[in-house]
Design a protein around this ligand. Structure first.
Ligand code: UDP
Length: 463
């Protein structure tokens, strides 16, 4: 029977791509494994076409049906939060699937996207070694693991938003900078935190040199709450998923070919970042005033309106020598790797951060949702590879603020220092993945442990 690893992706192309890349990496280190990628598939959702993924032939896919009770269809959770809850409704099918493949293969372990944390309700019952894949960085993982303590210690003084919190492995942070959400959501994150702490291992999409302090904290285990042996951590990144998103329908790359080296600022805000018409107009004014070259991927709250309708009158005509504006989607990773790109205004999604760092592109941090506010703190205060955008109380960013930050990034002494720092990290990213590098070693250790012994008998880091 073949040694098999199951990779259980979360919903969404970004998560699936990331799992595919992880699968490819595992097989590079040990081609003798067979890998099955599980794709959760909610009702009325078409199966994703996996033939375009460009993956190793030892990877196969299985669509796992998610069957939520009808009442949850009326949930009011926004899409980026719903995702944490929904895969629980696939647990029955997960159980049957794992049982059936255990009969025909030697199931070594399951690697679960951390968003599918409730899968442990099944894997514990079946006694399958379970690791998590944490698709964001090591520093935000430290915050996640510290959440039960933060809740426990919550006193009047820490409710004061101006109090600094000391979180092991994370830069100093004000209480108000922590992502806020309803109690129900905090409960979910506390549950994720405990589940990860009790797992057999955590694979993180980062590299040691990028997040040294957080990595050390995780390795020492000081951010895990309980007395028992903490899970081992494996920093195996940067895992950058280029599969599928590479079509250049708007000819951005050929436009970049005609621009001077490192002159263009890219503005792109992830797969969910959308702006109101007012905010889009303000961005347009700020960009025009900055007099920088730019490539802007526009996503609005209303899909129907054209760029002409969304942007200030005459804007597209006026900027046509210096700027390119496309709607909805552009091949970001390929754009960031283009020599003409010299800056990136980003929503601080972790994949975007890794793509920028791997190409040595300095950033302006404009976080929008999920853990992005935390990523901004890491980028600005920890790594010092980004400038923070200032928002008004209601989250609005003025044209002047954008103009100032873009100019500062592209033209100032501080911008130059940031560029030099991020270029060093680009070198660090290459070194981490090379044969003598830390990420290579982490993956080797993981695959060897899978090959040699039962994962449950992993030694603890201090033995
Ligand atoms: N992306 C892209 N083109 C776009 C928007 C996003 O190629 O117009 C890609 C981007 O390169 C990254 C992913 O989508 O790989 C977004 O992931 P990230 O973690 O940055 O943000 P999320 O979408 O999860 O908030």
């Amino acid at each position: 029977m073949k040694d098999t690893i199951v990779l259980y992706s979360s919903i969404g192309r970004g998560h699936i791509f990331s799992m595919v890349e992880l699968g490819n990496l595992i097989l590079t280190h040990n081609p003798s494994f067979s890998i099955i990628i599980l794709i959760p598939t909610p009702p009325n959702t078409a199966n994703i076409d996996t033939t375009t993924f460009g993956c190793n032939s030892s990877i196969t896919f299985h669509h796992l049906a998610i069957t939520p009770p009808s009442s949850s269809a009326t949930t009011t959770l926004p899409p980026h939060l719903l995702i944490f809850d929904i895969t629980r409704h696939g647990n029955h099918n997960l159980h049957n699937f794992l049982q059936s493949i255990s009969k025909t293969s030697n199931l070594k372990a399951i690697v679960v996207d951390f968003m599918n944390y409730s899968a442990t309700e099944v894997t514990t019952t079946l006694d399958i070694p379970t690791l998590f894949y944490y698709t964001s960085g090591a520093a935000t993982l430290c915050v996640l693991l510290h959440l039960p303590t933060i809740r426990q210690n919550r006193t009047k003084s820490t409710n004061d938003n101006q109090t600094y919190l000391e979180i092991p492995g994370f830069p100093k942070i004000l209480t108000e900078e922590l992502p806020q959400g309803p109690k129900h959501l905090e409960d979910i994150f506390i549950k994720i935190s405990t589940t990860l702490s009790e797992s057999d291992g955590i694979i993180i999409n980062t590299f040691n040199a990028l997040e040294e302090r957080a990595f050390k904290t995780l390795e020492e285990g000081s951010c895990f709450p309980q007395e028992k042996n903490p899970p081992q951590v494996f920093c195996i990144g940067p895992v950058i998923s280029v599969s599928g998103g590479e079509k250049d329908e708007n000819r951005c790359l050929s436009w970049l070919d005609s621009q001077p080296s490192q002159s263009v600022v890219l503005l792109c805000f992830g797969s969910l970042g959308r702006f109101s018409k007012n905010q889009l107009k303000e961005i347009a004014i700020g960009l025009e005033k900055s007099e920088q070259r730019f490539l802007w991927v526009v996503r609005s709250e209303s899909d129907e309106e054209s760029l002409e309708e969304l942007l200030p009158e005459g804007f597209l005509e006026r900027i046509k020598e210096k700027g390119m504006v496309v709607k909805n989607w552009a091949p970001q990773a390929a754009i960031l790797s283009h020599d003409s790109v010299g800056g990136f205004v980003t929503h601080c999604g972790w994949n975007s951060v890794l793509e920028a760092v791997s190409e040595g592109v300095p950033m302006v941090a404009w976080p929008l949702y999920s853990e992005q506010k935390l990523n901004m703190v890491v980028l600005v205060r920890g790594m010092k590879v980004a400038l923070a955008i200032k928002k008004s109380e209601d989250g609005f960013v003025s044209a002047t603020e954008l103009e100032d930050r873009v100019k500062e990034l592209m033209n100032s002494e501080k911008g130059k220092e940031i560029r030099e720092r991020v270029l060093k990290m680009k070198v660090g990213a290459v070194e981490a993945r090379a044969e003598s590098g830390s990420s290579y070693a982490a993956l080797n250790k993981l695959t060897q442990l899978w090959k040699e012994k039962d994962l449950l008998s992993f030694p603890s880091p201090d033995t």
